[in-house]
Ligand binder design. Sequence first.
Ligand SMILES: Nc1ncnc2c1ncn2[C@@H]1O[C@H](COP(=O)(O)OP(=O)(O)OP(=O)(O)O)[C@@H](O)[C@H]1O
Ligand SMILES: [Mg+2]
Length: 499
Amino acid sequence: MTEPIVAMKNITKEFSGVTVLKDVNFHIYEGKIMALIGENGAGKSTLMKILTGVYTRTSGEVLLSGKPVNFQSISDSQEQGIAIIHQELNLVGDLSIGENIFLGREPVSAAGNINWKRLYREAEQWLEKLGLHENPRTLVRDISVGKQQLVEIAKALSLDAKVIIMDEPTGALTVSETEKLFEVIRDLRAQGRSIVYISHRLNEIFEICDDVTVLRDGRFIGEKPVTELDEDAIIEMMVGRKLEDQYPRVHCEMGDTALEVKGLTNRFVQGASFRVRRGEIVGIAGLMGAGRTELARTIYGIYKADQGEILVEGAPVKIHCPTDALKQGIAYVSEDRKANGIILGMSVRENISLASLKRFCGKMGNLHHRQEEETAREYIKGMSIKTSGSRQLLKYLSGGNQQKVSLAKNLNVEPRVLILDEPTRGVDVGAKKEIYELINQFKQKGMSILMISSEIPEILGMSDRVLVMHEGKIAGELSMEEASQESIMSLAVGKGVEK
Ligand SMILES: Nc1ncnc2c1ncn2[C@@H]1O[C@H](COP(=O)(O)OP(=O)(O)OP(=O)(O)O)[C@@H](O)[C@H]1O
Ligand SMILES: [Mg+2]
């Protein structure tokens, strides 16, 4: 085996006495793409933060080209040619795209002033490489989350690093943006750069990675070439057991229509009409940008509807804002968990009860802590939320576990209609199944569920009926007999299907 460019040996990390990494070994090879995978909370992000000097290790050794290094900060590791794209976006919304890319290392003229012309010219070149057609003078807060992710990637690329760590880079990217990113990654590899690629999407691992390192529960499980593995083998390494039947479909008696949407129209959606019955899961498929999230947000009152009607249990309702929607028993779990009303500075328990506080309050407005605690524990157990306890602050949970808490918070409201927007994004395979089981429990209780997903297997495995959107319109409806990868894609790209 060739000498690795980075070798991490016996890395152990404790956070206030809790061991989150134990004797982990990790290697990065020149001109190779190393996948780093494992369940939510396995320690992937923490390991990479140790490598880049964000965290200090409790024990262990890091070698760069054979020499021991001790990075104290991210700028230390940057100087030595290591760049990281964090799982959580780190951009400044009020600065332009170009300013964000070169923040803290703006090109300066001989006189010491910022050379804006050069900054924007160079920024533009990086954007072009990633196929992002935006003016680099645009403010970051005015572009979509997917595009922000590309800016973050451009920033890392512009550092000209020899090692680039990508922590779930494709979470918010469209199919074509992902393809473009893969092209760039392959290019970097061809130039002899090394990449660490973290993702929960196993198909991506097989598509671009050379080797795989698996962590489980903070421990090193193995390092293998991708060619020696198949999907089942990887899952078994990750979760320590075989996973049978990823989609635990349940059938239940459907009730009356709980939600009806008639001719809903605004600048995002055109004439959307459909019904969801009690105890039914309706999947909404389509390509990114097809208007699925916008449809959900229009129903939920974030966007105004210009035309059309919403009926809850047969009665027309007026929804002008999310509070109106909640009053009608409609809840929405956003794809962007940060925008979802979870509060990082509050505990897991407080977050879970946040939207349903009334239920935990006595007559005098006092909070029943015991009941709140019990509920939190139920969700922590039921969804395998990895946390040191119900009082742990949310900001200390791994990304995927924060996603689970945001879902728990909304399920706890026990709405009549639950709209889920990419409910398992960033969630590992094992936890996905737990989330599906939980969704099914609510379905059996008679909740109506609209589930937006870009993962067609998830749509096929969970839905009772599928709506496919294309360019702001519902392009078609498929029964589960009719729905397949092909029929869904055909509608999603605007071709229609023959029934
Ligand atoms: N600053 C911190 N203080 C305390 N605990 C932490 C801190 N950062 C991470 N942890 C804990 O360390 C463990 C590993 O978290 P990490 O973020 O590395 O997981 P991950 O593998 O990246 O998961 P995901 O796939 O969900 O992103 C988790 O249990 C998390 O709660
Ligand atoms: Mg992580």
